[in-house]
Design a binder for this molecule. Sequence first.
Ligand code: SAH
Length: 364
Amino acid sequence: MNREPQSNTELPPNGESSLHDLNLKGRSVHELEALFKEIGEPAFRGRQAFRRINKHLTTDINEFSDFPAGLRHRLEGSLPDMPVVHSSVDPEGTEKCIFDAGSDRRGNEKKIEAVWIVSPRRRTICISSQIGCTLNCTFCATGTLKFQGNLETWQIVEQVYSFMRRRGEKATNIVFMGMGEPFYNYENVIRAARILHHPDGLNMSARHITISTAGVITGIEKFTVSREPFNLAVSLNHPDLSERTTIMDVNKKFPLDKLLIAVRKYTREMDRKITFEYVMIPDVNMGSDNARKLIKIGRSVRCKINLIPLNTGLKGFRRPTPDEVLEFQNILLDADLDVFNRGSPGLNINAACGMLALSQKAPA
Ligand code: SAH
């Protein structure tokens, strides 16, 4: 669902004092240019507004210093806020923020999470694309939440801007690995990635923006056809066609064999590697048999494999021990696969992969 905050035709003509409900955020340069023309202003105001919002991260219309006072007055209320309602920081500098994303039609609050992750050479923001998730992967806490819809484009980029304002520095990487399935909110996610990548905005390199899907084939196909420049990651999580369904429902609709065909097509047509994420769950997807199947897949696709030790104890699953992780990783390394152990920053503030379920407390 691609809901634009307001259709251009409903804008009042130039001269009226204010433009109610207008939202300047989450729009492309082109859309802003058209919008300003529509309200009787020169098109170049569109690019100026885009820069103010997406490059200077301005939140107050009165700080649009290149705009005349009358226009600023007309545009009052056109920069909605998505306030941070809770934040927790761990000693390594990982910070999780909970945002107030408004309320749904029944009046229930909508809340989402994003995480700022500090590593030696990177400052990564992990952002959400949906409020909750429809996928119900058995190991992921987000699946336990009620699904409350898609985030709008502006709410996706706002997570990035909000973190950069509060931290006072630029992120080096953006990953769409928070709550939700990005390819079930395809249009808004791609629009957001393009805004973050735009030279008049943050100008983030497309190679530093990663979109992660649980394997929504239709999304991967669209992504390939439109030759999106962003990194693509696929949460593989199980190397066996039928067993994958036991932990990921989405494997029924988009089965592993077909998924791999779509992924190979992507790597061939884009001449790029794909990243596979693999959550390690003892007694479920580890051990030599699974490693062997994973090696077969890894050899059939140009890929890099990110191993993630399980972070949650849902369904009685447990975290692998460091020895179990090493053993599994070594089998893959011995087969010459490109394998990394991505570790899990933010574990103690419930900010690590699969833990985004709005808990404000540290686990016991
Ligand atoms: N829906 C998208 C993006 C969100 S999940 C996707 O599936 O790719 C981001 C990553 O966290 C995925 O690779 C997922 O497999 C992983 N993950 C989910 N739950 C986890 C858990 N409990 N422990 C470790 N990683 C987990």
